[in-house]
Design a protein around this ligand. Structure first.
Ligand code: CO
Length: 192
């Protein structure tokens, strides 16, 4: 019998310092990993996200999940788990409007690879390779690059220009104030 899922996962928000940590590689592909992924899926669905990285629920390991079909509103769901992911053969660029569950209310255009291979391990530890092409309609290509950044302690606002940052600065300050009120600490605030 499996243990009950940890449904207490909450999404940490900017400027929580866990969002700035480089996450640890996954080495154990056992039931605990599967439970973590399942609890993250429940959290992502409840929060209406299209992607969620483990550091966003305070677990600093190299794992993220996606449900990109939800965004395309085609009625299907395409939930996936990516472990120890990396990008190979990146070419071209594509700009897309992004948001993040850790930055509620903030949206901005980010430019990333257009076409690339996403190499990763599945829940059993087997290596997989997906070729993604954003221009050809692979929204998963946008989501997966955003989530992979989280595993390296990077967040989407790091990609913004000074002009773009000016537009979201007020929202960032609000999140910083909320974090300070909740924790009594400043957190890892954006330096720019
Ligand atoms: Co995010």
């Amino acid at each position: 019998m499996s243990e009950p899922l940890d449904l207490d996962f909450v999404v940490v928000r900017y400027p929580d310092p866990v969002l700035r940590q480089v996450a640890q590689p996954v080495t154990e592909f056992g039931p605990e990993l599967k439970r973590t992924a399942e609890a993250m899926l429940q959290r992502m669905i409840a929060s209406k996200g299209v992607g969620l990285a483990a550091p966003q629920v305070g677990v600093s390991i190299r794992l993220f999940i996606t449900d990109h079909a939800q965004r395309e509103k085609d009625g299907r769901s395409d939930r996936r788990v990516f472990i120890n992911p990396r990008i190979e053969n990146g070419t071209g660029d594509e700009t897309y409007e992004e948001g993040c569950l850790s930055f509620p209310g903030i949206y901005a255009n980010v430019t990333r690879w257009n076409r690339f291979d996403l190499v990763y391990q599945d829940l059993l530890g087997f290596e997989q390779r997906l070729t993604l092409d954003v221009t050809a309609g692979d929204f998963l290509g946008v989501v997966s690059q955003h989530e992979l950044d989280h595993l390296d302690g990077k967040v989407f606002v790091d990609h913004l220009t000074t002009a773009q940052l000016t537009l979201v600065k007020r929202k960032l300050r609000e999140l910083e104030k909320e974090y300070k009120a909740e924790t009594g600490k400043a957190g890892a605030v954006l330096r720019k």
